[in-house]
Design a protein around this ligand. Structure first.
Ligand code: F6P
Length: 366
């Protein structure tokens, strides 16, 4: 028999995104209103669980946060409880501190933990769940790349921000007859570039799933110039790379489970295009702007529905799973079945076909 729930905790882990506060609000309100549970927040993701930093979440505390970007709980994408980096003078030592996190969880007398995060957070949730922690996961990331779900909180808002930026760059590109290269985040997946490129009417889309051929990019730019449409909009994912080449790494972050930070392809590409076509080209990197701002209504709906779904599932006695969205409905996926790594864009995705039907190209190598 599953223990009856009286008190739950919630944390947000990994990179922030619009809609995290909407999730915190939904979990807290539904837990308090529907079940009379006590709800506590854990500060800064798993770092707060390791250090026992908890704060009570009341109806008052979560009121007015639906529209706020970021997370009132704080977050980090640097803490791995199973390989925790501790500095000792100049040396860094790695320790498994998961037992310490479990001790804090038990001494707080929590009956369940809601983990809001991306693939990294879900991989930790999976391991803690195996160690006996009653967990439900809620997927979030602007990258939309969490395995097991077709949508993640934050994605729609980032697509909206990127699309608005593309619209603005369109008019200046047309006025100056230039090529505009717009770089968006997304790590190893092309979801954000694909969706914003389609919504913003890009002429060329470059995504990691389809390594590109520079010659095809040059040919399309020249063709557009010669046809009288003297500008070209290119949306490139930070993880895109030329066939036979490599992804551009901006920096490597020390002592973390995912050390590679991508970025810089737009500037490299803009140089290549100017040299290869003689058409004036500019690069814009949207970067962390994509993670900010108020969530748009699609993310508010998703965040609120995921949050309520998580508390209802816990109330029904379900543990060790992640809520998600698949084939047009809410689903749950057992954490033990979650694949590692990230969810890539399938080459036959309808958005890819729609781009091609619009006359856009991916410039993919043969
Ligand atoms: O996973 C979300 C994300 O914003 C990626 O799109 C990006 O590559 C990465 O995080 C950037 O991380 P950081 O916050 O360490 O700069």
């Amino acid at each position: 028999m599953k223990k009856r729930i009286r008190k739950i905790a919630i944390l947000t882990g990994g990179g922030d995104c619009p809609g995290l506060n909407a999730v915190i609000r939904a979990v807290s309100r539904s837990a308090i209103h529907d079940y009379g549970w006590e709800v506590w927040g854990i500060e800064d993701g798993f770092a707060g669980l390791i250090e026992g930093r908890f704060l009570p979440l009341t109806i008052d505390k979560v009121s007015g946060i639906l529209t706020q970007g970021g997370t009132i709980l704080g977050t980090t994408n640097r803490t791995n409880p199973f390989l925790y980096a501790k500095r000792k003078g100049l040396k860094v030592e790695y320790k498994d501190v998961s037992k310490q996190a479990l001790r804090f969880f038990r001494s707080g007398q929590f009956d369940a933990l809601v983990c809001v995060g991306g693939d990294g957070t879900m991989s930790f949730a999976k391991r803690f769940s195996k160690e006996g922690l009653p967990i439900v996961g809620i997927p979030k990331t602007i990258d939309n790349d969490v395995p097991g779900t077709e949508r993640t909180v934050g994605f729609y808002s980032a697509v909206h921000t990127a699309t608005e930026a593309i619209d603005k760059l369109h008019t200046t590109a047309a006025s100056h007859h230039r090529v505009m290269v717009i770089e968006v985040m997304g790590r190893d997946a092309g979801w954000l570039a694909l969706a914003s490129g389609l919504a913003g009417g890009a002429d060329i889309l470059l995504i990691p799933e389809l390594p590109f051929d520079l010659k095809k990019v040059y040919a399309r730019v020249k063709q557009r110039s010669s046809k009288g449409r003297r500008f070209t909009i290119i949306v490139v994912a930070e993880g895109a790379f030329p066939s036979g080449g490599e992804k551009i790494v901006q920096r490597k972050v020390k002592d973390v489970s995912q050390p590679v930070r991508l970025g810089g392809i737009a500037h490299w590409l803009a140089n290549q295009i100017e040299m290869g076509t003689d058409v004036e080209t500019r690069a814009t990197v949207l970067g962390h702007v994509l993670r900010g701002g108020s969530p748009i209504y699609q993310d508010r709906l998703l965040a609120t529905s995921f949050g309520c779904e998580a508390t209802h599932r816990l109330a029904m006695g379900e543990r060790g799973m992640m809520v998600g969205w698949g084939k047009g409905e809410f689903i749950t996926i057992p954490l033990k079945n979650l694949a590692g790594g990230c969810r890539l864009v399938p080459k036959n995705h309808p958005w890819i076909d729609a781009c091609r039907s619009m006359g856009a190209i991916f410039a993919e190598a043969e």
